[in-house]
Design a protein around this ligand. Structure first.
Ligand SMILES: Cc1cc2nc3c(=O)[nH]c(=O)nc-3n(C[C@H](O)[C@H](O)[C@H](O)COP(=O)(O)OP(=O)(O)OC[C@H]3O[C@@H](n4cnc5c(N)ncnc54)[C@H](O)[C@@H]3O)c2cc1C
Ligand code: FES
Length: 271
């Protein structure tokens, strides 16, 4: 059910990146889950937009409601980048206004098996759904890829969480010059588990490198979504399953079966 959530803050972090704080009574969100947000009160855009839950806000006292009685509420924070109409409208919404929120949705990231070494791989905005996971794990390595150094501002909250951080930029202005997947091979052993979120080309490369190293790889997929709850079939991806000699192919919904999938079950040829 969609709930009306008050905007607590909607601040520009840098360039087209924003942090949006929402007061909403949610059950505790799992790392990797997302929400569907109605960005405007009108009919345009009609469809809600999906955003990963960046972090949950602690209980805070705040005067809400008609009588102004202080309510203790839990909230969530989203980190988003303006890419089109919906996110442009969202960036103009102000504290005190309300947004319709549906969530938390999706399966989220499973915990790593005991004894595995964790590698998080994020491309640009793909960093957003990884914060809750990084906080929960408090160890491991984070590989972050961006176009240039300016986007490293997104790493601010990750410093001090106990992870080793390595960066790659396409223009060479920070970290190694090139793609973030160029850092991955050296980090992997068969005991590694990789959690990857970012553009599909990055996910595909992370999946191939992990497979070669014998490591487990979990990818968080992004598709355009209309309903977010497995009804419209708009976010279908083709998956494969191996049973002995036999390989079956069938569709799964990114919103309700995912967004997190084992990399080997995704049919990358069709993404
Ligand atoms: C499960 C899930 C979690 C997500 N989490 C986040 C998040 O935490 N933060 C965030 O900023 N975004 C996130 N996204 C992406 C976000 O939903 C889209 O950026 C948003 O819906 C775009 O809406 P729009 O109306 O602004 O753009 P549209 O008008 O729908 O599209 C405008 C242009 O942007 C392109 N575009 C659309 N989506 C993306 C994208 N993801 N990356 C690059 N270009 C895109 C379109 O192809 C089009 O050319 C997530 C998506 C999914 C499926
Ligand atoms: S968005 Fe409707 S089924 Fe996934």
């Amino acid at each position: 059910m969609e709930i009306k959530s008050e905007i607590l803050y909607n601040d520009r972090v840098a360039g087209g990146y924003f942090r949006l704080g929402l007061a909403c009574r949610f059950p505790e969100a799992k790392p990797g889950q997302f929400v569907m947000l109605r960005v405007s009160d009108g009919l345009d855009p009609l469809l809600r937009r999906p955003f990963g839950i960046y972090r949950t806000l602690g209980t805070f006292g705040r005067a809400l409601g008609a009588k102004g009685s202080p309510s203790k509420m839990k909230g969530i924070e989203l980190l988003y980048r303006v890419v089109g109409k919906g996110t442009a409208i969202l960036s103009g919404r102000r504290p005190g206004e309300t947004l319709g929120v549906l969530g938390p949705l999706g399966n989220g990231f499973p915990d790593p098996a005991e004894g595995s070494s964790v590698v998080l791989v994020a491309g640009g905005m793909g960093i957003a759904p990884l914060y809750l996971l990084a906080k929960r794990l408090g160890a491991g390595t984070l590989l972050f890829g961006a176009r240039s150094k300016a986007e490293n501002v997104l790493l601010k909250d990750f410093r001090g969480l106990g992870l080793r951080i390595k960066t790659a930029t396409e223009d060479g202005s920070a970290g190694i010059k090139g793609l973030v997947t160029g850092l991955l091979e050296d980090e992997l052993t068969p005991e590694s588990v990789v959690y990857a979120c970012g553009p599909v080309g990055m996910l595909k490369a992370a999946a191939a490198i992990s497979e070669k190293a014998g490591a487990r790889c979990l990818v968080s997929l992004e598709r355009s979504m209309a309903c977010g709850i497995g009804v419209c079939l708009g976010c279908a991806v083709r998956t494969k399953e191996h049973r002995g000699e036999k390989e079956s192919r069938f569709y799964k919904m990114v919103c309700s079966d995912g967004p997190v999938f084992q990399s080997e079950e995704v049919d990358w040829a069709l993404l």
